[in-house]
Design a protein around this ligand. Structure first.
Ligand SMILES: [Fe+2]
Length: 348
């Protein structure tokens, strides 16, 4: 709304952003490629600050770079040390309403101590003790679980119990109710991946609590989701509409293993299939669309033959990798690492 009296009262100077709160805007005068630093320019910048305005010419290199420069850094976490810390948390920290999950996130050293593995991805070790229940909730953040070892936990997704076993990949779209229960006498740890930093940056997070107890402690070997959607190339006609996130709540290790194995066998027979020499790779896909499993997260499984070397790749999307089995040499930027089972590393 136009308020001519404001100008008159301030003799042509803009009103401060708030009479009591100092402006957080700070504009630096930079000689290079900027107007000459004169007292008049300093006064103009000072008035921009008071008016909560920022001129593009002082910000364009940061806001519109010629190419991305991530604040995140390449970093490696050893599974053995993550697991030891998770076990200690198991002894000290209860699981229940409020904290919701005994999940310990990877904090990228370039991201100021936030629990963010990359600017868009969360990755955490979750640990559930025998008999424990992680209570039901839902949120707009998309999620997946990946099981590096152990079994005995069932995740309930909208009341459908899904068994978690080594090598299984369990995507779960935002806003589905979910909880976990450990039906065994041993603890279980797994990797949680979510788009928490992305949702945080876009301020699109919603969260609701469900009941503290799980609806059922049933432990079926196969979930209803697998029975409906887990048949390759077969989509149920009753539900044959495209949905943006996968309706299949688990991708079993046996199938992933067979798909990777078949690619390498095809290579042995001089047929196409592998991504490159000695390098098999599959992408988890949404059976209703053929696209990625989740709108904000792509998930893949790669297998390298002994002594195989991949091409160097450069990508804009950030990623978190976990070693499922074996040992290898990894180079991310200038960082060379020897990695083994369970180790996690970030490619910014
Ligand atoms: Fe959750």
């Amino acid at each position: 709304m136009r308020r001519p009296n404001d100008v008159a009262r301030n003799e042509g100077r803009p009103l401060p952003a708030s009479p009591t709160t100092p402006s957080p805007v700070r504009i630096q005068m930079i000689e290079d490629s900027q107007p000459p630093a004169t007292p008049q320019l300093a006064e103009l910048y000072s008035d921009f600050e008071a008016s909560m305005m920022v001129p593009l010419w002082t910000q364009i290199a940061d806001l519109m770079p010629a190419s991305p420069a991530s604040r995140a850094r390449a970093h490696l976490w050893r599974w053995s040390s993550l697991l030891r810390l998770a076990e200690r948390a198991g002894d000290l920290v209860p699981v229940g309403r409020g904290g919701e999950r005994r999940a310990m996130a990877l904090a990228n050293p370039g991201l100021g101590g936030r629990p963010f593995a990359t600017p868009t991805l969360w990755a955490a070790v979750q640990y559930l003790m025998p008999g424990e229940v992680a209570p039901e909730h839902r949120h707009t953040q998309h999620a997946f679980r990946f099981v590096i070892e152990g079994e005995g936990v069932w995740t309930l997704v909208n009341g459908d119990p899904v068994a978690m076993r080594r090598g299984d990949f369990l995507p779960q779209a935002g806003w589905n109710w979910h909880s976990h229960h450990n039906a065994t006498t041993t603890p279980m740890a797994w990797l949680d991946g979510l788009d928490i930093p992305f949702v945080h940056a876009t301020e699109s997070g919603f969260f609701e609590f469900g009941p503290e107890d799980v609806d059922t402690t049933a432990t079926p070997a196969r979930s209803r989701s697998e029975r409906l959607w887990g048949h390759p190339g077969l989509v149920p006609v009753s539900a044959a509409v495209s949905v943006p996130s996968t309706p299949l709540f688990v991708y079993r290790w046996e199938r992933t293993d067979a798909a990777l194995d078949d690619q390498l066998r095809l290579e042995d027979e001089q047929h196409p299939g592998v991504l490159e020499k000695g390098h098999a790779a599959v992408r988890f896909s949404n059976p209703s669309t053929g696209g990625d499993v989740l709108p904000t997260i792509r998930a893949e499984f790669h297998r390298l033959r002994p002594d195989a070397t991949t091409r160097t790749r450069r990508e804009v999307g950030s990623s978190v990798w976990q070693v499922f089995q074996g040992r290898g040499e990894i180079r991310v930027g200038d960082e060379p690492w020897t990695v083994e089972r369970g180790d996690l590393f970030v490619v910014p």
